[in-house]
Design a protein around this ligand. Structure first.
Ligand code: ZN
Length: 383
């Protein structure tokens, strides 16, 4: 097959001018991006290919896979520098790039949108205590929460990422090449390929309420951007406030949806401040074995001693999802993190009210963490 790779004009006015992101093992020379889709799972694809479980050259059948709701396009999609870490057209590729797909280009969605229901013990508990009331639509009497679920794979526009982080594109490419042990030679050999599908975790987004109001200036938004902490989020570990804060975010999202606004909960796969869970648990040991005791003033030092840095999440990239959803203003921002709120402000998204975690839902052992964060600049007003 001899198809010319389409040019990507990032942030162009229309999807066709922008052009599709073409990546993957089937793309051959007709590609314009570095990497593969679901890149964090590429090694499993390798196992499936090696064992013959994955047929060579398989292409996804996208029939009936399209998004369950309309999202965008919003003005932010075509404003230079607003979105650099995801493909705003990623959920609509089958529709807007159908012709290019028919010509043989292996164009795949990097975003999927579906509807579903959630049930969380904390929400059922809030209903029992009368903090939340069922409305039969967003929250049912039996405690089901109706949501739109979105899965987003990272698609990095390298010049935009470099600009956001205030480094040169060359510095960025060289560091990515070095730190992946040379997994992606095209990072340094194909400077014309400026889109990169990095092998990192993506984001899940849960939307609550009438999503047709997305992008409307008057709609009120409640939002939590949550970074993964599986020990707390899934298993209920008591050393941090992650799961309680996530549940508070969901509760606030439901309340906002019930008042006619929209709730947004973003779940980023950035385990242990993007340092990884091994580092996180090593740090727990340092804290537990310190002769001085587990003290707030040593919390960040302990992390830096093991990881070399305190945090590698780069919150400056976390705002892109809000630009993608057409958000300019957040009425209720469910977070105490100055790193996250600074990123929003720098991106031109206004925060009207910041909602701190109530004292009564902080686990006993998590006070060291919360005190350390407050001392480092976290928002601490009790709301
Ligand atoms: Zn945690």
């Amino acid at each position: 097959m001899n198809i010319l790779p389409p040019n990507i004009q990032w942030a162009a006015t229309t999807s066709l001018e922008r052009g599709p992101v073409v990546a993957g093992t089937n793309a051959g020379t007709a590609r314009n991006a570095i990497g593969v889709h679901a890149a964090g799972f590429a090694i499993y694809q390798g196992l499936a290919a090696a064992t013959g479980a994955l047929p060579e050259g398989h292409r996804p059948n996208l029939h009936d896979t399209g998004p369950s709701i309309d999202i965008g396009p919003f003005p932010q999609w075509t404003q230079a520098g607003k979105i650099v870490s995801l493909d705003p057209w990623g959920h609509r590729v089958a529709e807007v790039f159908g012709e290019a797909r028919a010509r043989g280009l292996d164009i795949r969605p990097s975003i999927a949108v579906t509807n579903g229901r959630l049930r969380m013990a904390e929400i059922s508990d809030s209903m029992r205590r009368g903090r939340l009331k069922p409305d039969g639509d967003i929250l049912t009497r039996s405690g089901d929460i109706c949501v739109t679920k979105i899965a987003i794979e990272p698609v990095w526009w390298l010049p935009g990422i470099a600009e956001r982080l205030a480094v040169t594109e060359q510095t960025l490419r060289e560091a990515l090449f070095r730190c992946t042990d040379g997994m992606y030679p095209a990072l340094i050999t194909r400077l014309d390929r400026k889109a990169f599908l990095p092998p990192i975790g993506g984001s899940s987004v849960y939307l609550f309420g009438d999503t047709r109001k997305l992008g409307q200036p008057a709609v009120n938004i409640a939002c939590r951007i949550h970074d993964e902490c599986s020990g707390s989020d899934v298993f209920g570990s008591d050393i941090c406030t992650c799961r309680p804060y996530l549940a508070l975010g969901v509760e606030e999202a439901i309340c906002m949806a019930q008042r006619g606004g929209i709730g947004i909960v973003v779940y980023n796969r950035k385990e242990g401040r993007a340092l990884g869970e091994v580092v996180k648990l090593l740090v727990y040991n340092v804290r537990a074995r310190s002769l001085l005791g587990d003290r707030a003033e040593m919390y960040f030092d302990c992390t830096e001693q093991v990881a070399g840095v305190q945090d590698m999440r780069f919150q400056a990239l976390s705002v892109d999802v809000l630009h993608w959803l057409g958000v300019n203003r957040v009425e209720r921002w469910i977070s105490m993190s100055n790193l996250k709120s600074d990123a929003l402000v720098a991106a031109g998204i206004k925060i009207v009210n910041q909602v701190a975690i109530p004292d009564e839902i902080i686990p006993a052992h998590a006070h060291v963490e919360i005190s350390a964060k407050q001392a480092s600049g976290y928002f601490s007003a009790i709301n």
